[in-house]
Design a protein around this ligand. Structure first.
Ligand SMILES: C[S@@+](CC[C@H](N)C(=O)[O-])C[C@H]1O[C@@H](n2cnc3c(N)ncnc32)[C@H](O)[C@@H]1O
Length: 222
């Protein structure tokens, strides 16, 4: 696409976000789930935190996927499904060049996986598995058996200290022009500084830090 990532300004992003056209029914249900997330956390079933993707970051990701017609997604750290919901709703919008979108979601904490499945059913109905596949395992284990599949969109929300190691392992699986979005790069900058230095310095990436939500790093691979 003929646009420069580094020239994206926040006001432009806001305009684009409002043009992202998330289906109102899904948006309503999703915002309702955000409101209930505190209650879910208090149940004590999900460990220390749920850490849902900030809705502003979710809307940006939704727009990015639609605008670039991205169709092959990978998500590391799916939690109970907030980020998944933003990604899947974008992949479900009219397919790019007739190609149906698909997402592989990784989450290794099984109580969260169960809740993730409930949320997908609630938001997208029983047919959600046509678009998104949950792999209830760690990134490292999945990678050993992942075959040759390549991705044009990757979302990172696992342990921030692992971002760089995981990105390096994924390099052979990135399509030319693939986007990698990493969450919490402002809120947890000290844990992923090595990742930020890498994507900003390595010539294969064009990368920009966006001050929306908890801070997201948007990097394009060439
Ligand atoms: C910040 S939370 C994810 C929140 C989720 N993206 C959302 O928006 O709802 C991070 C999750 O990553 C999972 N996780 C951490 N390291 C992982 C790994 N190496 N492989 C798979 N899942 C991982 C944790 O169990 C945790 O649920």
């Amino acid at each position: 696409m003929g646009y420069s990532l580094s020239k994206l300004k926040e006001d432009t992003i806001c305009i684009l976000i409002f043009a992202s056209k998330l289906r109102p029914g899904i948006l309503r249900k999703l915002l309702c789930l955000y409101k209930k997330s505190d209650q879910l956390l208090k149940s004590g079933r999900f460990g220390e935190g749920l850490w849902p993707l900030h809705p502003a970051s979710g809307q940006f990701i939704h727009w990015l996927i639609r605008f670039h017609g991205l169709t092959r997604g990978l998500e590391v750290g799916a939690g109970i499904g907030f980020s998944t919901a933003w990604i899947v709703s974008a992949l479900l919008s009219p397919p790019c060049k007739g190609v149906e979108g698909s997402l592989v979601s990784l989450e290794y904490f099984l109580p969260k996986v169960k809740q993730w499945e409930k949320h997908m059913r609630l938001l997208f109905g029983e047919g959600y598995e046509k678009t998104v596949t949950m792999i209830p395992s760690s990134f490292e284990l999945w990678l050993r058996n992942a075959g040759r599949k390549k991705f044009d969109f990757v979302f990172f929300d696992q342990r921030k200290e692992d971002y760089l190691a995981h990105l390096k392992l994924l390099l052979p699986r990135l399509k030319k022009g693939a986007f990698i979005v990493a969450d919490n790069v402002i809120s947890h900058a000290k844990f992923c500084q090595d990742y930020l230095d890498f994507v900003k310095k390595d010539r294969r990436f064009r990368s920009v830090t966006l001050d929306i939500g908890q801070g997201i790093e948007v990097s394009q691979f060439s």
